[in-house]
Each structure stands twice: as structure tokens, then as C-alpha cells.
Design a protein around this ligand. Structure first.
Ligand code: DC
Length: 246
């Protein structure tokens, strides 16, 4: 006689379907670095969806005209020059077939990327690219709307938040590899809060996401928590090491 499954028992994914772990949250909440380490721990591939918006922005900037004149079709047209290349642990964007990491992460792109990320046809293109690469691999995808729009059926959804001051401090430590002054942190906090408001419409916590406030967590603690959650939700009956057979 079978009894109903209690709600606390993790969902069992069908054998064979690739796993999707969605990590969303605001700028500098630690999504990308955490997602990268989670992917490495689980031997999944990391997809940074923000890097695609950045790559499209960089591609459009290469045309040289003022961002104020960018129309949505003209931005959508340059998506044909952007592709995602698989590496051991990730998919990384290529621009015209080449790595352009410095350009993609540079201040010019950072200034204009929200404008591009608000364009619905560009969002559709990014979402389809991410879904396409996730068809063949277990993935950890980070972004703003992964758990709500891109993968509403993700196996695990995590929404990371952190105090803006802490986010600003982390960002500066990463950028300068030194302890920033309070004045520098205050300035960066202001910038982050402005970016949060520009990206607010897209940054949505799914109702079934696990909320993790990372303000007082180390990177290792964040990664360990998410890996433990992932192992729980991807466990199969009889598995001793649920994610090692990918
Ligand atoms: O996380 P990031 O700073 O690299 O993101 C770059 C931009 O892309 C930022 O404006 C937010 C936007 N973005 C988005 O709208 N949806 C996503 N899934 C990922 C990023």
C-alpha cells in the first residue's frame, strides 16, 4: 500500500533529463562567482546569462554610434555575432568568434547593458540561447529571471541577496584586490543602488526559490549551502552520490 509523498521529500527528477539550477539576484550579490563554484563542485556547466546581455551590448557598441540611437532591431541584428562556447565547466560568450572578456566586463558595457537588457526581443534571444545549451548538459544558470522566465521548472531555484554596502565592498575588493575605503564603498553603493533600480523589473524572485542572504556568509558557505540543496533535490532513489553520475 502506498502512502502520499510528504511535501518535504525532494522532487525526484526523471532519469536522463539534464538538471537546471537557477541562481538569481541583484548586481554583485555574488551570483556569478557562486554559480561558477557550484557548477564546478557538481561537475555541471555554468551559464552566466548576464554575460550574454553584456556580449550583445559590446557587439552593438562596436558599430560606433551613440547608445541613445540604438533601436531594438539594430541590437537584435548583432546577436548573430555572439555565440556561446562550451568549456570544461561553463559556456562563455564569444564575439565574432573570439573571447572578449575585458570588453564585455568594461565600464562602457556596464553603463549601457541595462538599456539592452530591457529590450524584449533581445531577452527572448538570450533566453533561447541559454535554453539551447542547457538541453545537452546539467547547468547552473545565473541571472535575474532564470527561475521565473527562463526555467520556471528548474530543479532548484536560489535567490541571493546581500546588503548593498556589503555588495559594494565585495565588488571593490574583487576589482582592486585591496581593502577599499569607506568613501569608495559609499560611492560604489550609490552606483549599485542605481543599477538595482534600472534592473528592478527583470530581477524577480520565484515563489519557490530558496532565499539566501549572503551578507554574513563567506563564498565557501554560500557554495556549500547551494551544493547541499542541489544534492538533495537531484537525489534519485538508491543513489549514494546523487550527482556523480552525470
Ligand atoms: O549580472 P550582470 O551585471 O552581468 O548583468 C548584466 C545586465 O544584464 C544587467 O543590466 C542585468 C541584465 N540581466 C538581465 O536583465 N537578466 C538576466 N537574466 C541577466 C542579466
Amino acid at each position: 500500500m502506498s502512502s502520499p509523498t510528504p511535501p518535504s521529500v525532494p522532487r525526484i527528477r526523471p532519469r536522463g533529463r539534464p538538471v537546471v539550477i537557477a541562481i538569481d539576484g541583484p548586481a554583485a550579490s555574488g551570483k556569478s562567482s557562486t554559480a561558477k563554484w557550484v557548477a564546478q563542485s557538481l561537475r555541471y556547466r555554468h551559464v552566466d546569462s548576464g554575460s550574454l546581455y553584456r556580449a550583445v551590448t559590446a557587439a552593438r557598441e562596436r558599430l560606433g554610434d551613440s547608445p541613445e540611437s540604438w533601436t531594438e532591431p539594430s541590437v537584435l541584428a548583432v546577436t548573430s555575432t555572439v555565440s556561446l562556447q562550451p568549456t570544461d565547466h561553463s559556456f562563455i560568450p564569444l564575439l565574432d568568434g573570439e573571447l572578449a572578456e575585458a570588453e564585455i566586463r568594461g565600464s562602457k558595457v556596464t553603463r549601457e547593458v541595462s538599456r539592452v537588457a530591457r529590450m524584449p526581443t533581445v531577452r527572448n534571444w538570450v533566453n533561447e540561447e541559454v535554453r539551447r545549451v542547457a538541453r545537452g548538459h546539467d547547468v547552473v544558470v545565473d541571472g535575474r529571471d532564470i527561475g521565473t522566465v527562463v526555467f520556471p521548472d528548474a530543479d532548484l531555484k536560489v535567490f541571493l541577496v546581500a546588503d548593498p554596502w556589503e555588495r559594494a565592498k565585495r565588488r571593490l575588493v574583487q576589482r582592486y584586490s585591496r581593502k577599499p575605503s569607506d568613501a569608495e564603498i559609499a560611492e560604489e553603493t550609490e552606483r549599485l543602488v542605481q543599477r538595482d533600480s534600472k534592473d528592478a523589473t527583470q530581477t524577480v524572485q520565484a515563489r519557490d526559490a530558496v532565499l539566501i542572504d549572503t551578507t554574513y556568509l563567506t563564498q565557501t558557505e554560500q557554495v556549500d549551502r547551494i551544493v547541499a540543496l542541489a544534492r538533495a533535490v537531484t537525489a534519485r532513489p538508491g543513489d549514494t552520490s546523487p550527482v556523480d553520475d552525470q
